[in-house]
Write a protein that binds this ligand. Sequence first.
Ligand SMILES: C[S@@+](CC[C@H](N)C(=O)[O-])C[C@H]1O[C@@H](n2cnc3c(N)ncnc32)[C@H](O)[C@@H]1O
Length: 225
Amino acid sequence: MSSVNTFENVKAVILSAHKSTTSRDKVGFYNSWAENYDQDVAVLDYKAPGLAANTISSHFSSDRAAAVVLDVACGTGLVAKQMQTHGFRQFVGIDGSEAMLRLARESGLYQDLRQSLLGEGLLPVQWDSFDVVVIVGALSVGNVPVKVLRDLCKAAKPGGHVCMTTRSNHDNLEYKAALEREMKQMEVDELWRCVEVTEVEEWERAVSAEEDGYITGVIYIYRKL
Ligand SMILES: C[S@@+](CC[C@H](N)C(=O)[O-])C[C@H]1O[C@@H](n2cnc3c(N)ncnc32)[C@H](O)[C@@H]1O
């Protein structure tokens, strides 16, 4: 068993990821990070999977055990792990990184896992088929492009929930503005309606030279029309 990384080491790992400017590069970075990912994000006090699961749970009133959840950019499976504590049992995961998917497979939480580079081609799922679509920690600059939002909505059943998160720190502000413009446009296009937007002060520990303490983040939950 490897020893736990220090905060300084984890910071260096995350900052090295900033060199990956395309989605393809970023997925390569996640392949190399997969083995240490769970331990390292715990050092960062990464709370997004638990916060997203709480938000979904607080708005979901149907039978959880029967609900089918699409976990997009599922990584090692932290979101499914948290949602399971709220009674959700059926998960399909998608990620671009084979190494992250291997760990998700080992978690035993997913009925199905599919490898796909999001932003290239369509999401490899049937439209109108998921009770919940969730994407955590992946809607940010250099990761999953904003245009994928329309596919997330298409994947949900009418009446289904779509839960998304993003960071509000300085290097992601332009991306976040584009994300929110698209969310609003999709509301104007009558594809979904906004259920709740929650700003979180202590999202995760800051790693850049310009910031210290914690960065802020946001959880969005929409309902497909
Ligand atoms: C920060 S991790 C989040 C994983 C998980 N949702 C969590 O909260 O722990 C980001 C994940 O997104 C995946 N990812 C990033 N950009 C991607 C893309 N364009 N296509 C597919 N997967 C992508 C990475 O492989 C990685 O597993």
